[in-house]
Every structure is written in C-alpha cells, then in structure tokens.
Design a protein around this ligand. Structure first.
Ligand code: TNX
Length: 534
C-alpha cells in the first residue's frame, strides 16, 4: 500500500476509534488498551461456536448469569409490537416503557397489545406466565429466536430488568432520541439471569449541591439501565435541607437557601415533587431510601431553628466543605419532637422499607450522647413501621436491631463486624473503592482524593462479600456507590464521575463472581471491532 494512503487510513481509523469510544460512554482515558483483536466470549457463555460474521450475545452490563448464543439474528421489523398478558396494568406499563425506548430511534410506532399465549412472529413478548420462581423476583429468562423476542419472568420486576438486556442487545443507536437507520438486529439465544445481591444502589447527595427533579430522574434512569434497584437520596447536610417538612417549614425555606459556595434559591423539593420522584423510581422498580443525616451534618437544620441548639442560638448558614462540626442537642426533648415529626412525615411519603438516618462523622457529639441519640432514633423509625439504616457508626448502639442496616464506608477501621456481631446486616460502600466523588486519576476534575484515586479497574476489582474481615457474605445485604457533591455542580459532572464506574459496581452487585474478570469485561466487544473490520 502506498505510504500516504496507509497513513490516511490509519488517521481515519484513529478518529473512528475515538468516536466509537465516546459512543459507548467509556471515557477514553479510562479504556483499557486492547491487547488483541480477538474477542473473548464471557466465560459463562455456552452453545454452538458461532459461525464467523454471525452475531453472539455479549456486551451486556451487568454480566448475566448465563448466556447461550445460537448464532442467528432477529431483526426488529417495522410492523413489530409489544405483547403482554391482558388485564394487568403493571405489565402494560412495563411494555409501554420499552415501547417509549424503542420508538424514537426506530420510528416504528410499537404499540403495547395484549395476548394470551405467544404472539405472531416479528414481535416482542413480555410475560409472567410460566415464570420460573427459582429465578426470584428480579430474575428473567430472555429468549431470542429469528422470529420472536420473549421475556418470561416470575414477577413484573424481572420483566423490567430483562428489558434492559433487550435494550443493550440492540445496536447502541437504539437509545437515540431521533430517527436513525436500522437494521435493529439482535443476536439469537437465551439469557437466564438473576441478581447476586438484593440491594444494588447508588446515593446522590443533593445537599452539598442541589439538583433539579429533572436531573434526579435522569440519574434514576441511568441506574435502571444497569439493573440497579435502590436510590439513596441524601436530603440533608450542613450546607442545605432539601425536603419540605410541613411541621417544620423553615428547614426547607431557610435551610434550603444555601449550598456549597453560596446561596441557592428555593433549593428544596416540595412534598409533591418528592412523591413524584418516589413514583418515578418505583416505575423503574427502584426503591427510594431517603436520608436525613443526624446528629451531625445538621448545620442547615440548626440554622433554621434556634431551639434545636443547646445554647438556643441559631448558627449562620454554612457553605464550606468541612465535616464534623455540627450536632443536634442530644439532651433537649425538642430534639426528639423534631426527629419524630421529620421521620413521620418522611415515612408517610416513602413506600420503601428503609429510612436512612445518617449517623456519620458525629465528632462534635460525645460517644455516650451519640449512642443515646441513635438508640432513640431507631425507636422512632421503627414506630413508623420502617427499618433503620445508617452509616456504620450506628453499629455502636447497644440495642441495634437485626432489622437495622449498617452502611460500611470507612477505608480502614470498620464498625461493620460490630454490626454483624449484633445480628444486623451490612451494606458495602468502602470509600476507597466505591465513592463516586473520588477522582479517577490525579488530574481528574471535579472530585476529591481523601480516600484515594479510584479508576474504573480499581473500583471494579473487589468482592463485596469478602472485603471486610469479620463480615461473611451472608451478612452482606448488597452494594452501594455514593456520589457526594461537594465538588460536583452539574449533571455533566454527575455523569462524568458516575460513568463508567457505576456500570462496574452494578456488575459487582448483580453478576456471579465467576467471569467477573476485568481483562475480559473491559475489552472492547466483537461489535466494536467489527466496526473497523467490516
Ligand atoms: C465523608 S462517608 C462523608 C461525607 C462527605 C464525603 C466526601 C460519609 C458517611 N461521610 O459527609 O461528603 O466523605 O467524600
């Protein structure tokens, strides 16, 4: 080949590589350099060796439990519709969710129709009839033949998880908001799948910086795509109080007037907005867990009501980023009236089983006061019919209930074993592995470094079931990735810090340990390479 032509082709290929890397949302700086161009199937894949050029099922995050590729393909026809069982509104809503994802890019106008039994060829079928209970509430079996795509699940939740797999098996352009050319092709075969852990979450801190309802919903949508199922909503901290509590309105109207760096106008959610977010999450089979952080991290509340302070004097608003300086007044009865009112109003708006009460970094509260306070808070939470979850320090209380959950976050010493000794379970969020506000690399901006640098590989290479000695896998409820927002200001910041790391954490929560190999999972897919080869 002539040298100039060769060089032009090389430059062209490099440009295409950069574009493709962006398209799959993997930050270029974080992509593992491919050592070979031979795609390696996931170790759990079985079935006949596909003929060259034929498609195989792959590239699904989180990695499914088992994949059997049959080497053929299904092409979504323009006449396709989505069929569900008749008379079940929940299934129609799930079908409509999928239709809403597929219609903008295909332009096919897929409708949700009902059927008893499999529909005609060329359609998508979502059913709970014949669902396998051994796959659990979130499990599903997806079967793709050249003529039909069907998901069978024991529960509607499983259908919802399974349709994320359909989205990922279609070309990435299916997610486009405008009309795009097909063909909309899927590899044939079967995916049998269910999660490893019951709790697969992410936390968003809307107290340090406030985010709109629209931003929060987008974050929930991104979580849903990776089969995450718990949205932990950090609603209060020193810098702001973000939820209207009718019996203590100044919390929102005054305490919601600031964020890190300065003032913030009306930076709180009304109860109607909160409920809207709760049901948005619910429609994506995501449980919302609200957090009111106490007794520390409470400057916004203390500034809103003087009587919550031991000296009866309200402090000024706080817009810095220090931690550990504020505390509710442990000895005052009004403190418990306040906690009771807040938890009662929040519990009434929250269908999920858990209320998160914070409990971290209470360094300006004495150890004895801390234990006394959290014990009373546990009683208040349970009186509302809810279970308490708190950062791992809560494990120090004597009467920790077996129904309470301690969220492990410390990088070294941990209260997680203490919680387990008391019969409680643990949620795994070790800061040096799971914190989405830690920088990927030294030069990453925004982000923090106190728990270390966490590139995608570092965050991925861990087993939540064995990471803390003294905590066995049966005591691990699941995994969660917190996104603290001292340095995170925009939705673009959120997405940059969350992805691709959060997709890896979703895999830690969902996929079996076998096959969860970074070198294999981070390698570009066969589809990626076929982009250059064909
Ligand atoms: C520690 S981890 C905190 C948060 C900060 C975060 C910043 C934990 C329970 N508390 O208050 O926002 O570090 O990374």
């Amino acid at each position: 080949m002539n040298k100039n032509i060769f060089r032009t082709v090389l430059v062209f290929a490099l440009v295409l590589m950069i574009l493709a890397a962006n398209a799959i949302q993997v930050s270029a700086s974080d992509t593992a350099a491919p050592k070979t161009k031979t795609p390696t199937p996931t170790p759990t894949s079985t079935g006949p060796t596909p003929t060259p050029g034929a498609t195989t099922i792959g590239n699904i995050i989180p990695m499914p439990v088992s994949i059997t590729s049959t080497g053929g393909s299904f092409v979504l026809p323009s006449t396709a519709d989505i069929y569900v069982e008749p008379g079940i509104a929940e299934l129609t809503a799930i079908g409509q969710y999928l239709a809403n994802k597929l219609n903008p890019s295909t332009g096919y106008g897929l409708q949700v129709l009902t059927t008893t039994g499999a529909p005609a060829d060329g359609n998508i079928y979502l059913t709970t009839v014949g669902g396998d209970p051994t796959l659990g509430d979130e499990g599903y079996q997806l079967t793709v033949t050249p003529s039909l795509v069907s998901i069978v699940a024991y529960r509607p939740t499983g259908l919802f998880r399974g349709l994320q797999t359909i989205r990922q098996m279609l070309p990435a352009a299916i997610e486009g908001a405008t009309l795009l050319p097909g063909p909309w092709k899927m590899a044939t075969g079967t995916v049998r799948d269910y999660p490893r852990f019951a709790w697969r979450g992410s936390m968003l801190d809307v107290a340090r910086h406030f985010f709109s309802v629209t931003d929060v919903k987008r974050y929930i949508d991104l979580m849903a795509y990776y089969k995450l199922n718990v949205f932990h909503f950090h609603l209060s901290d020193d810098q702001g109080w973000r939820i209207m509590i009718n019996s203590w309105p100044n919390l929102a109207t005054y305490g919601g007037g600031t964020q890190v760096g300065g003032t913030c106008t009306n930076c709180y959610y009304t109860q109607a907005q909160y409920s809207d977010i709760v049901s948005y999450a619910q429609s994506r089979y995501i449980t919302l867990v609200p957090e009111i952080d106490m007794p520390g991290h409470t400057n916004a509340a203390l500034a809103s009501y003087a009587e919550l302070n031991c000296n009866g004097v309200a402090p000024a608003h706080y817009t810095g980023t220090n931690v550990g300086f504020s505390s509710l007044c442990i000895s005052k009865p009004i403190t418990y009236t306040f906690v009771d009112d807040v938890i009662r109003e929040l519990a009434a708006l929250t269908p999920g089983a858990y209320i998160h009460v914070g409990g971290d970094e209470a360094s300006s509260t004495t150890p004895a006061d801390y234990v006394s306070f959290v014990s009373q808070v546990q009683t208040i939470v349970q009186a509302q019919g809810k279970q308490m979850i708190g950062w791992e320090e809560i494990a120090q209380i004597n009467g920790l209930s077996a129904s309470s959950v301690a969220q492990h976050w410390n990088t070294t010493d941990s209260f997680a074993p203490t919680a387990v000794q008391k019969g409680a379970r643990v949620l795994m969020s070790p800061a040096h592995k799971a914190y989405l506000d830690m920088k990927y690399y030294r030069k990453t901006s925004p982000g923090q470094t106190w728990a270390g640098l966490i590139n995608t590989q570092t965050g991925y290479e861990r087993d939540p079931a064995t990471i803390v000695s003294g905590v066995s896998s049966s005591s691990v409820l699941g995994v969660e990735a917190p996104l603290w927002t001292e340095t995170i200001v925009t939705m673009a910041d959120i997405e940059y810090m969350a992805f691709p790391r959060l997709s890896g954490y979703a895999e830690l929560g969902w996929s079996p340990v076998t096959g969860r190999n970074w070198k294999v999972r981070a390698r570009p897919s066969a589809e990626f390479w076929s982009f250059f080869i064909t």
